[in-house]
Design a protein around this ligand. Structure first.
Ligand SMILES: Nc1ncnc2c1ncn2[C@@H]1O[C@H](COP(=O)(O)OP(=O)(O)O)[C@@H](O)[C@H]1O
Ligand SMILES: [Mg+2]
Length: 389
């Protein structure tokens, strides 16, 4: 089939033609926005799961829903090297430019002035110009240098500006497990205070399965602060839709046999469904896609995953780290006791501490519970066993 019209999209953060099986989370987001618009408090959300399950694309969908409702939306990705202050500040610039029109009310003007002070707190050379006169406007003060109070001030004034418009403020943070502890602590405190004041703020965090634990370590009340959504493999009916719906938009049909093969191979993981869907489409000569097409597509897809999805992670590991990952593969993808890994490698748990920490830092493994580690990508064990370097 024509690769130009191929409707599948394997790749980190690539929006699927059919985003399926996330109705619960979309409903929770929708409810949160509607509650805020009605002047009520709303629960912020945490999405957690392995790599490739669709957290980033769900966060993108959240952002778009809020933007379509004319909310002030900032979306950032936590990464080492940039502080949350800079990232949040820059992310609000675009929405604020859109908001700054002649004749806007005092609360909007105040928010703009506060945003200017927030900007000045991390960037003394660049100045924003919203094209409106802010000289006699109250506001500012988000530049004390204390992150929690500055961000709190910014979000609060933005929230009042949004109230003027009948909307709200949405802050979306991807890879949130990588936020430093002090930023997570500040974030929890800000959301907590904002809820109590019924500010028009909703936060959505996405990250690895270690995120809920990192949050409750940051603030014990984090458990009640957010609604937690484990994002995992799709149910069979949804997995089928992820394959069938995009094809039917192109008047292409999957045979039952082809569907069964791809679904069995993908195990419901969105990334794998997109990959095998794409490759089956590309090898097929005509519709309906046949079981033979699926077999060949799966072979191509596996090779693509091995040289891409899995390989990029493997290549980031040092020799000693690879040995550690190999020792984990004996437990398949179920997670491994640190003690068992030590025995397999003939080392002590303590001496392996730095290797373990480094693998966690590189995002290759995480700790689901104390004393246990697991791969951050599904089906990693099979790949690891096949490597001989
Ligand atoms: N709900 C879904 N339905 C169909 N495909 C999806 C879904 N969620 C994600 N995908 C696909 O899975 C892949 C991984 O998505 P991504 O959001 O990057 O995952 P994560 O952020 O969890 O690592 C992408 O190719 C995307 O198109
Ligand atoms: Mg992601």
């Amino acid at each position: 089939m024509d690769p130009v019209t191929n409707p599948y999209s394997p790749g980190a953060g690539r929006l699927p033609m059919a985003l399926v099986g996330r109705e619960t989370q979309l409903k929770a987001w929708h409810t949160a926005l509607k509650r805020v618009e009605a002047g009520r408090d709303a629960q912020s959300l945490v999405l957690y799961g392995l790599r490739g399950v669709g957290k980033t694309v769900l966060l993108s969908r959240f952002a778009r829903i809020a933007e379509d409702a004319h909310w002030l939306v900032a979306r950032i990705e936590a990464k080492s090297g940039s502080s949350m202050r800079d990232m949040v500040g820059e992310a609000f610039h675009g929405p604020l430019v859109d908001l700054a029109r002649p004749g806007v009310g005092q609360r909007v003007l105040k928010a703009l002035k506060t945003a200017l002070s927030f900007k000045a707190s991390y960037d003394t050379s660049g100045v924003w110009n919203f094209g409106v006169d802010l000289r006699d406007v109250a506001g500012g003060g988000a530049d004390t240098g204390v992150f929690e109070s500055d961000l709190s001030k910014l979000l609060r004034d933005l929230s009042e500006a949004a109230a003027d418009q009948g909307t709200g403020v949405a802050l979306l943070i991807d890879e949130a497990q990588d936020l430093p502890a002090k930023e997570l602590i500040a974030l929890c405190a800000i959301v907590h205070a904002a809820n109590q004041r019924q500010d028009r703020l909703v936060v959505a965090l996405a990250g690895l399965p270690s995120l809920p634990r990192r949050l409750s370590e940051a603030k014990s009340y984090a458990e009640r602060l957010f609604s937690y959504h484990g994002i995992g493999a799709l149910q069979p009916d949804d997995a089928r839709r992820a394959l069938v719906d995009p094809a039917s938009d192109e008047d292409v049909v999957w045979s039952g046999g082809a569907l069964d093969k791809v679904m069995a191979e993908a195990g419901g993981y969105p990334y794998f469904l997109q990959q095998y869907g794409q490759d089956t489409w590309n090898v097929a000569a005509e519709s309906p896609l046949s079981p033979a097409d699926a077999e060949l597509g799966i072979a191509h897809g596996r090779a693509a995953l091995d040289t891409g999805f899995f390989r990029v992670r493997w290549d980031r590991a040092t020799m000693a780290e690879k040995n550690y990952l190999r020792a984990m593969a004996i437990d398949d993808d179920e997670g491994s006791q640190a003690g068992n890994i030590a025995v397999r490698l003939g080392k002590t748990v303590k001496s392996l501490g730095p290797i373990r920490a480094s693998l966690i830092g590189k995002g290759l493994i995480y700790s689901p519970v104390h004393g246990v580690v697991a791969y951050t990508v599904p089906a990693m064990a099979t790949f690891v066993r096949q490597q001989d370097d």
